[in-house]
Design a binder for this molecule. Structure first.
Ligand SMILES: *Cc1c(COP(=O)(O)O)cnc(C)c1O
Length: 403
C-alpha cells in the first residue's frame, strides 16, 4: 500500500502519446532520469542522442539549437544566457595566456570591455583594427593572433566592412574568425556561405548571435548562441561551455521558439521602415550625416550591396544620425527626451522604437575619417507605423531648433 502523498509524487498516470499542437512542449529539468545505472555510466553528456543533465540539454533546448542552425546555415549550436556570454564563451574557449585577439575598432562596446578587462588580466592581449581597411587587419595579424572578431555592420556607427575580404585574410593566415552576427540575424546574409555558389565556400568559423534582439523580438528575453560548422571547433567550445556551467532556462527557450516563425517577417518590417526613415533623415538640415548601410553615401555601402543584395537583401532596423556640430549635448539630449514613441533605452529588436545618444569620441581609438564631427544618436526602429515615427522625430527636432 503506497500512501497518497507518495502517489502524488510518483503518479502512475501517463497522458496519451501523439499530442500535436503549434508550439513544441516545454521540458524543464535539472535532474534527468536514467533507466539504469548502466545507462547512466554509458550516456555521454556530449552526445545529443540522449539526455544526462538539464544544463547539457533538454528536448526544448535541442529543438531551439536545431532551428537556429537552420537560420544561420550552421551545423552545431550552443546556447548561453546572453549575447555577451556568447562572445565571452568563444574568447574563453579559444584564448590562452600569451595569445592575442583582434577586434574591429567599431566592435560592440561590452566586447571591447571584455578584452580590456578580464582577458587582459589573464595575459591575453588585444589590438583594434580599422574595420574599413582590410590591409590594417592583415598587418595586425601576428604569430600570437589566435582569434579575430568581425562585425557587420559595425556597432553604433553602422559602417559596412568588406566582410568577404576580412574572412579571406583570416583564412590565409589560418586564424579563427568569429562574427558577431546579431545585426544580420541569419537573414541579411549567410555567415558560413557569404558568396552562395562560390567554390570553395567562403564563411566565418563561428557566428555568435544575441538572440536577445530579433529572435526574441519582444525586448523581454536575454539569450545568445554560438554556431559553428566544424565539429572539432564546436567540441572545443562545448567543453568550455560545460566547464563554465553555461546554459539557459526552458521558459526562455520557449519564448524564442515562439518568436522564431515570425522572425523573417519582423526583420523585413524593421528593415523597410528603417530605410524610409533613413531616407527622410537625409533631407533634414539638422543632421550632418545619416548612417545606414543601404544609403548610397553611408560608409561601406558598396560592401553591403555586394553581400546583402544577393538574395532578398537586408539592412536590419538600426539607423544613426550625426547632428551638425552647432548642436551641443544639451540640445541633443533635449531632442531624445522630446521623442514620444522612441523610448530611451539600450538594445533593439523589439516592437518599440528606441533611441540612445552616444559619446563616440570615448568609444573609438580614432575618430574615423569617414564620420563627420558631431554628436551621434542611434535609433532602433520598432514595428510602429513609420509615418508616426517620422512625425515623432520631426516634432522632437522642432523642440531643439537653433534660435
Ligand atoms: C546586444 C548585442 C550583443 C549582446 O547581447 P546581450 O544579450 O544584450 O548580452 C552583442 N552584440 C551585438 C552586436 C549586440 O547588439
Amino acid at each position: 500500500m503506497t500512501d497518497f502523498i507518495t502517489t502524488l509524487i510518483h503518479h502512475p498516470y501517463q497522458p496519451p502519446a501523439g499530442f500535436a499542437a503549434p508550439q513544441p512542449g516545454v521540458f524543464k529539468a535539472s535532474t534527468v532520469f536514467f533507466p539504469s545505472v548502466a545507462a547512466m555510466r554509458q550516456f555521454d553528456w556530449k552526445d545529443k542522442t540522449a539526455y544526462t543533465y538539464g544544463l547539457h540539454g533538454t528536448p526544448t533546448t535541442y529543438m531551439l539549437e536545431e532551428r537556429l542552425c537552420t537560420l544561420e546555415g550552421g551545423a552545431q549550436c550552443l546556447l548561453v544566457s546572453s549575447g555577451l556570454a556568447a562572445i565571452a564563451t568563444v574568447s574563453l574557449a579559444l584564448l590562452k595566456s600569451g595569445d592575442e585577439v583582434l577586434l574591429p575598432d567599431n566592435a560592440y562596446g561590452p566586447s571591447k570591455s571584455l578584452v580590456e578587462g578580464e582577458l587582459k588580466g589573464w595575459g591575453i592581449s588585444h589590438q583594434y583594427f580599422d574595420p574599413m581597411n582590410p590591409a590594417d587587419l592583415a598587418a595586425k595579424i601576428s604569430p600570437k593572433t589566435r582569434l579575430v572578431w568581425l562585425e557587420a555592420a559595425g556597432s553604433v556607427t553602422l559602417e559596412f566592412p568588406d566582410l568577404c575580404e576580412q574572412v579571406r585574410i583570416c583564412k590565409s593566415a589560418k586564424v579563427i574568425c568569429a562574427l558577431d552576427n546579431t545585426w544580420g540575424a541569419g537573414l541579411a546574409f549567410k555567415p558560413f556561405d557569404l558568396l552562395p555558389g562560390h567554390q570553395p565556400v567562403l564563411g566565418v568559423d563561428i557566428s555568435i548571435h544575441a538572440l536577445t534582439k530579433y529572435p526574441s523580438g519582444g525586448g523581454d528575453v536575454l539569450m545568445g548562441s554560438v554556431i559553428t560548422v566544424d565539429e572539432r571547433l564546436h567540441m572545443l567550445l562545448k567543453l568550455c561551455h560545460m566547464r563554465l556551467g553555461l546554459g539557459i532556462g526552458a521558459n526562455d527557450a520557449e519564448t524564442v521558439l515562439r518568436s522564431l516563425p515570425s522572425l523573417p517577417m519582423r526583420y523585413r518590417a524593421h528593415d523597410e521602415a528603417t530605410r524610409i526613415l533613413a531616407q527622410w533623415c537625409t533631407q533634414r538640415s539638422e543632421f550632418a550625416q545619416v548612417l545606414h548601410p543601404a544609403l548610397p553615401n553611408s560608409p561601406g555601402h558598396a560592401h553591403w550591396q555586394k553581400l546583402c543584395q544577393l538574395d532578398a537583401g537586408g539592412a536590419a532596423g538600426l539607423l544613426s544620425v550625426i547632428f551638425k556640430p552647432e548642436y551641443g549635448q544639451a540640445q541633443v539630449d533635449a531632442f531624445c527626451n522630446a521623442l514620444k514613441l522612441f523610448k530611451i533605452g539600450y538594445s533593439w529588436g523589439g516592437p518599440i522604437s528606441l533611441v540612445v545618444p552616444y559619446e563616440l569620441a570615448s568609444m573609438r581609438q580614432h575618430w574615423p575619417a569617414h564620420l563627420r564631427q558631431g554628436i551621434l544618436v542611434r535609433f532602433s526602429v520598432g514595428l510602429e507605423s513609420v509615418l508616426d515615427l517620422q512625425a515623432d522625430v520631426a516634432q522632437a527636432l522642432t523642440s531643439v531648433r537653433l534660435s
